[in-house]
Write a protein that binds this ligand. Structure first.
Ligand code: CTP
Length: 405
């Protein structure tokens, strides 16, 4: 699978202060570079106790800066040169001591000097804390963290879990890929800031008995990509997912469900609290009228079992029928195997929704890319073949322009 170049043309300063989590920064720099960024690594003395500049130079492809007296900087002012070139400074790991230095505006070595000297209006500071849970929860650290946030820094993490010291709790640095995704998100236009978006994704599973059921091949990839793109665009996102194997995107609240009735029960009470509803789920059209309580055995009967089926509720149509004042902007999906545009237009009218996104199904199920046709009243917009995440971002941009202010 090709790597998306979401960070192409971006220049980042990656600062390492002292902490065991420095080992994760080696993978982080690799991830940032793989996604197209140029990365200038800056390390404090303490960071060099944990990982060498040699490793970071090899992975970033650039000599590492460790001192404000480094004569390689053209003006001999490394803190000015490096911060003027950067689109952002990411400090990962940020130790308790380093955060304390930031909070006080200290500039005793190159990395803190760089953070202080950066042009704040165009070079954001992102901080990924990494420390023992007692250090993290200490009132002094919490006070310092609140101060740097008030001064304009953005926190990335910390995460929760097992720590190098053997204790368990808050304070772990986020994993390299999580930080990479947070960095990518920071560069997306905030077109849905302040909006709430509800997404359904994946198949549903309609039980026949406790071990069997009816489902379909939907992978959930498109719905998860839309949830991620909406969160990147600044929305508060709720994702109602059928049984799928997809990682929950950062910042997204996920609710797992099984059947169409479960999905309906999750969606309906929440729908009116959201500004946008995007229904990507491949909801089963029918379910067995009654599922067997016990596993159905084959021996003895000699005949195959029969199930009476009944139709599932159409969740999208039900949301679209809410009174106008309570109704989110509804986006449907249509997987058609032929005559895509015409069938999608008819489906949009049948469901009573302003926008339907059509694609060639089922050939797109499980694929990483797709091509979409967005059908609205009186106009069609083609979104040419691209990764599902790129398509999701384009769709989010389009939807944002349709929302009333
Ligand atoms: N949908 C839903 N609840 C259902 C069925 C569908 O919310 N019970 C939503 C889907 O998430 C999707 C759109 O409605 O946004 C698809 O409509 P549907 O009528 O199911 O289209 P197809 O599955 O393509 O069905 P068909 O072409 O067989 O009518």
């Amino acid at each position: 699978m090709s790597t998306s170049k979401d960070l192409e043309g971006r220049h980042l300063v990656l600062g390492l202060s002292g902490g065991i989590a420095c080992y994760k920064s080696a993978e982080l720099v690799r991830e940032l570079v793989r996604h197209g960024a140029t990365v200038q690594v800056v390390m404090t003395d303490a960071a060099q106790q944990f990982i060498t500049p040699v490793t970071m130079q090899a992975l970033s492809g650039r000599p590492v800066f460790t001192s404000q007296w480094d004569a390689r900087a053209g003006s001999n002012m490394a803190h000015i040169d490096l911060s003027r070139q950067a689109d952002a400074i990411l400090v990962a790991p940020a130790s308790a001591d380093f955060i304390a230095q930031l909070a006080q505006g200290r500039a005793g070595e190159l990395l803190s000097l760089l953070c202080l000297a950066r042009p704040r209006e165009r070079c954001p500071l992102w901080v990924a804390p990494a420390m023992n849970r007692e250090m993290w929860s200490h009132p002094a650290t919490q006070r310092n963290v609140a101060q740097i946030v008030a001064d304009g820094a953005t926190l990335m993490g910390p995460g929760n879990g097992e720590q190098a010291c053997g204790e368990v709790g808050d304070g772990r640095m986020l994993e390299a890929k999580q930080l990479r995704d947070r960095v990518i998100a920071q560069f997306q236009p905030q077109v849905l800031a302040g909006r709430r978006v509800l997404v359904t994704a994946g198949p549903t599973f309609e039980a026949l008995d406790p071990v069997r059921g009816i489902t379909n091949l939907s992978s959930g990839k498109m719905g998860f990509a839309i949830a991620r793109a909406a969160a990147e665009a600044g929305a508060q996102v709720t994702l109602v997912a059928g049984p799928v194997h997809q990682a929950t995107p950062w910042g997204v609240k996920r609710i797992d469900v099984q059947s169409a009735l479960d999905m309906q029960a999750a969606v309906m009470p929440m729908a009116r609290e959201h500004d946008v509803f995007v229904a990507t789920a491949a909801v089963a059209d029918w379910r067995p009228l009654a599922a067997a309580n016990q596993k159905i055995k084959k021996e003895g009967s000699g005949t195959a079992p029969q199930w009476a089926m009944t139709e599932n509720p159409d969740i999208l149509a039900e949301v679209a029928r809410l009174p106008q004042a309570q109704r989110p902007y509804c986006v449907g999906f249509a997987a058609e195997s032929q005559d895509v545009a015409r069938l999608a237009r008819e489906k949009r009218l049948r469901k009573g929704i302003p926008m339907i996104v059509a694609n060639h199904g089922p050939s797109t199920f499980g694929q990483d890319d797709n091509a979409l046709l967005v059908v609205e009243d009186g106009q069609d917009t083609e979104l040419p073949r691209a990764s599902k995440l790129q398509l999701a971002r384009s769709l989010v941009q389009l939807v944002a322009t349709r929302l009333k202010h």
